[in-house]
Design a protein around this ligand. Structure first.
Ligand SMILES: Nc1ncnc2c1ncn2[C@@H]1O[C@H](COP(=O)(O)OP(=O)(O)OP(=O)(O)O)[C@@H](O)[C@H]1O
Ligand SMILES: [Mg+2]
Length: 253
């Protein structure tokens, strides 16, 4: 089964065509790196695929569930949004217990899983502290755990390494690879191209709401005519007219 399938998926806001006739067909177990400059439509695509916003036209399904069936999607998907909503007054433990409860996850096994994930992300010592006292990176870690806790079939990660120190970013990259090895499909947006080159099986480049390239990272950087290799940065710059490094500064700065 394909994990993510869209046909002419489109989102129009009043003055903006945010996503324009997007066709995706992503097999199970693939890490899909979704690239594009600021405003290209990445987050809008993810919000449609996770049922948070309705397409203006076109169709989509995730794990076989149509994207307009928000309740049906719930058990199949996990989502790390660009700006994760967390309960400021809760500790990480409380936040994660609460989410586990909402999802009716088995208590004991889930607590063990939470402990394991907190440990992997070096958050155990702070897990009893209120989220209002957390740094951006610490929040990002809690939000990541929240997205994968219920072992969904398809995980959507919008800039998962944003705000993370190099060690935590590495851990997340390893976790993404592990997820895919276990058969989970990972749909990941990032401005950090080396992350994509490391973890993605397929890269899609979005520009002005349209998919302007889609291929394995190796294939994208190989020039058919000359056999010469370009960097992914070169490819991105050529297709979007935007320097990816400038985007990273805009996003993290
Ligand atoms: N709720 C909204 N109302 C109106 N316009 C919106 C809304 N959300 C997004 N847009 C517009 O849709 C376009 C795509 O935005 P989107 O957030 O999907 O881009 P993105 O690729 O995620 O960018 P970034 O890399 O900055 O996160 C932009 O022009 C944006 O202004
Ligand atoms: Mg975005």
């Amino acid at each position: 089964m394909t994990a993510i399938e869209t046909t002419e998926l489109t989102k129009r806001y009043e003055n903006t065509l945010a996503v324009d006739d997007l066709d995706l067909s992503i097999p199970e177990g693939v890490v899909y790196g979704f690239l594009g400059p600021n405003g290209a439509g990445k987050t809008t695509t993810m919000r449609m695929l996770t049922g948070l916003t309705q397409p203006t036209s076109g169709t989509g399904s995730v794990a076989g569930v149509t994207v307009t069936d928000r309740d049906g999607l719930r058990t199949h998907i996990g989502y790390l949004p660009e700006e994760p909503p967390l309960y400021e007054q809760a500790t990480a433990y409380e936040q994660l217990d609460y989410v586990a409860g909402l999802r009716d996850l088995p208590e004991e096994a889930t607590r063990e899983r939470i402990d394991g994930l907190l440990d992997e992300l070096d958050l155990t010592a702070d897990a009893g502290t209120r989220i209002s006292d957390y740094s951006k990176g610490m929040r990002q870690k809690v939000a990541y755990i929240q997205a994968v806790l219920h072992e969904p079939d398809v995980v959507f990660l919008d800039e998962p390494t944003s705000g993370l120190d190099p060690r935590a970013a590495r851990t997340i990259r390893e976790m993404i690879t592990d997820l895919a090895d276990a058969g989970t499909t990972v749909f990941l947006s990032t401005h950090i191209l080396p992350v994509v080159e490391e973890v993605a099986d397929t890269v899609g480049i979005l520009y002005d709401g349209q998919l302007v390239a889609e291929d394995a990272p190796d294939a994208l950087t190989q020039r058919a005519e000359t056999g010469a290799t370009q960097t992914l940065e070169d490819v991105f710059l050529e297709l979007t007219g935007t320097d990816p490094a400038a985007d990273v500064e805009a996003t993290n700065g």
